[in-house]
Design a protein around this ligand. Structure first.
Ligand code: NOJ
Length: 538
């Protein structure tokens, strides 16, 4: 953007993460530095130049802590160390330093809801009913007939309670039985986690993505969940119950406030981003009154279909619901969901480009998932390939989450630049010949250049970074909005070209790169499945 809006610097009075583009790294699949088929921290350090070139400001790393990997790192067995598959604490320190040299901050994944059943805390807690840490987990007696204490189910399916025969009580797990839930009513658990946050913040980590934010606290009386009704979401209906007592408890906000206060004792704008799979109306509460999460993932947006009215509605509802000061966050893919180039774009590169433009032009912080920038889609896997416990359990009805966790596609050829030629990666590679970073970087019309140029445009434009969102009138199937004073964003999610009257100025950037810089007079024409950013004349 030009003139008064132009602002080429990164520096404003707003915290860095508002104007930032964040990028999720799934470390096991990003880059393999030591040739064992598994991504690691040295591999990531070796690819920071790509991320700097792309222009991202911060990386969220899925868990790097030790884990028996029943749930690929989300079953933590030591909260203050690095899994040997990924390297060492020295590697993490080097990553923080090397990333900082490139203007990139590092965020870690914090998994407070549960531990691995191999964690020394759980082993100790399970050693006897009077163990010192017994109360760190959620234990309860069977009903008189021997059945579980209540009707809670696991979000991974099946009962939420597992009997521990040695001590004769059940323990609760919102996920796998190898992931016992911690008891967040226990003050020692809270104090210990304060220490864990500090351990990483002291090492220069810029903040955390907090796993399972909405389920950390369980009802103290362990009341039965009520049955689901037709008004409930798909998941509640599938499980037959509404999770009001094993999740979504109001007391979780106390814990979030505690972490926010702790985080704010550190300089440099440390940030808390929550995994908050709740309806938009409830999402608001996770921001508190500016004293809980800085950013709360919007799963309603992530799960919406790729059509203009549906996406526009989620954004409008979110814009209306968030109070001033609560900043939205937008994402299209992550390690749990199918990737947007497949889910939203159905494998069509043109549509994927439009989706990318959308993510980078809304008001809020975009979080890209590794590979989004090259339009990596889901990889079709066979049953033998599966590593995710959910895929293993539910195949062929549900293949699990591995399709979105396959290795990053760096270049053509054996190993795809992810690992050495001849090494078997932990999950199979997708089509590295068709889609890879190297080829795209040498083609300025590619998706990766689109991503880079959009990120650069955001950085230059105060309107795109921080400007107000306002929906504009648009024909059916087209979603148009203004940002700030002069930026206009239009997505044509239809098969035919359309014209938007009343916009005069210039195209700043289009998914059809041949139009960049084109001047607009007599209304704005937008081709089928085109997305563009325009700047109105002053
Ligand atoms: C959410 C994580 O993103 C997912 O990968 C994990 O399986 C569950 N939480 C349990 O930690």
């Amino acid at each position: 953007m030009s003139g008064a809006q132009a602002d080429a610097g990164r520096h404003t009075d707003d915290p860095w993460w508002k104007a930032a583009v964040l990028y999720q790294v799934y470390p096991r699949s990003f880059a393999d530095g030591d040739g064992d088929g598994v991504g690691d921290l040295p591999g990531l350090i070796g690819h920071l130049d790509h991320l700097e070139w792309l222009g991202v400001d911060g990386l969220w790393l899925s868990p790097i802590t030790p884990s028996p990997n029943e749930d690929w790192g989300y079953d933590v067995s030591d909260f203050c160390a690095v899994h040997p598959d990924f390297g060492t604490l020295d590697d993490l320190d080097l990553l923080v330093a090397e990333a900082a040299r490139r203007g990139i901050r590092i965020l870690l994944d914090l998994v407070p809801n549960h531990t691995s059943d191999q964690h020394p805390w759980f082993r100790e807690a399970a050693s006897s009913r009077v163990a010192k840490r017994r109360d760190w987990y959620v234990w309860a007696d069977a009903k008189p007939d021997g059945s579980p204490p209540n009707n809670w189910v696991s979000s991974f399916g099946g009962p939420g309670w597992t009997l521990h025969p040695e001590t004769g009580q059940y323990f609760f797990h919102n996920h796998l039985e190898q992931q016992p839930d911690l008891n967040w009513w226990n003050d020692d658990v809270r104090d210990t986690f304060d220490g864990i946050l500090r351990f990483w913040l002291d090492r220069g980590v810029a903040g955390f993505r907090i796993d399972c934010c909405n389920v950390i606290i369980k009802d103290a009386e362990l009341l039965d969940n009520p049955p689901a009704t037709e008004e409930d979401d798909f998941e509640a209906q599938m499980f037959g119950q509404r999770p009001v007592y094993n999740a979504n408890r109001p007391e979780v906000h106390e814990v979030l406030r505690r972490w926010r206060a702790l985080t704010e004792t550190y300089p440099g704008g440390r940030v808390l981003i929550g995994e908050t799979p709740v309806p938009v109306d409830d999402l608001v509460s996770y921001y508190g009154s500016g004293d809980e999460l800085h950013l709360a993932f919007n799963f309603t947006f992530l799960s919406a279909p790729f059509d203009a009215p549906a996406l526009r509605a989620v954004v409008e509802v979110t814009e209306a619901a968030l109070p001033p000061g609560a900043w939205p966050v937008w994402t299209g893919s992550n390690h749990d969901m199918f990737r947007f180039p497949t889910r939203w774009a159905g494998g069509d590169p043109q549509r994927a480009r439009v989706a990318l433009l959308m993510l980078l032009c809304l008001r809020g912080t975009p979080v890209l998932y590794q590979g989004d920038e090259i339009g990596m889609g889901d990889v079709t896997l066979t049953q033998e390939d599966l590593r995710d416990p959910l895929g293993v359990r539910y195949w062929p009805h549900y293949a699990g989450r591995d399709a979105a966790r396959t290795p990053m596609q760096w270049r053509p050829g054996p190993g795809g630049g992810f690992t050495a030629a001849g090494v078997r990666p932990w999950l199979p590679l997708g089509d590295v010949e068709a889609t890879n970073v190297e080829r795209q970087r040498s083609d300025r019309y590619s998706m990766v250049h689109l991503a880079r140029d959009l990120i650069a445009l955001r950085r230059q434009s105060a309107d795109l970074r921080l400007g107000r969102y306002q929906t504009l009138d648009a024909p059916d199937g087209v979603w148009a909005w203004s940002r700030g004073e002069r930026a206009v964003v239009v997505l044509n999610l239809t098969e035919g070209a359309v014209r938007l009257p009343g916009v005069e100025g210039a195209v700043r950037l289009s998914t059809d790169r041949g139009r960049d810089g084109e001047s607009i007079s007599g209304g704005l024409r937008i081709g089928a499945w085109e997305g563009l950013v325009a700047e109105r004349s002053p």
